[in-house]
Design a protein around this ligand. Structure first.
Ligand SMILES: N=c1c2ncn([C@@H]3O[C@H](COP(=O)(O)OP(=O)(O)OP(=O)(O)O)[C@@H](O)[C@H]3O)c2ncn1[C@@H]1O[C@H](COP(=O)(O)O)[C@@H](O)[C@H]1O
Length: 106
């Protein structure tokens, strides 16, 4: 799973040197983090709609769009996917309820 994500993140990063007319990713990166974040929000809403009222195939397609746009936002902000995966890795084995309580302590 994370092999696919890491490969996609590498592709997205490499698109920085593509031409804008050949790459949708390059167009998003050129538009900057605010535009990338807005696209992510749109895809999140489409995923919510699929999750509540559409079939499994549509949900899978929207989830894939969402993940792609998340990776583009991370690239636009210069945040490495591996650093996000490290945060998730540290949380493994920690109950979500315990983690939430730690967060509210500040
Ligand atoms: N995984 C994806 C991927 N998922 C979704 N999308 C695009 O994300 C867009 C989201 O759909 P929308 O309906 O919101 O698109 P839209 O209305 O045309 O978008 P805007 O005009 O609003 O920006 C579509 O254009 C999809 O093609 C993706 N575009 C690229 N990739 C990956 O990125 C790689 C590089 O792509 P390029 O940068 O285009 O070469 C590809 O080989 C893929 O692996």
């Amino acid at each position: 799973m994370s092999d696919v994500l890491l490969q996609l993140a590498a592709t997205i990063s490499a698109r920085r040197s593509a031409t804008a007319d050949s790459s949708y990713t390059r167009q998003l990166l050129d538009a900057g983090p605010a535009r990338c974040a807005k696209k992510l929000g749109e895809e999140a809403i489409e995923t919510v709609i699929a999750g509540t009222s559409e079939g499994d195939e549509q949900l899978k397609a929207e989830a894939a769009d969402l993940i792609y746009h998340l990776l583009v936002l991370l690239e636009s902000r210069g945040v490495a996917l591996n650093d996000v995966l490290a945060v998730l890795d540290k949380r493994q084995g920690v109950s979500g309820l315990k983690e939430k309580a730690e967060r509210s302590k500040g």
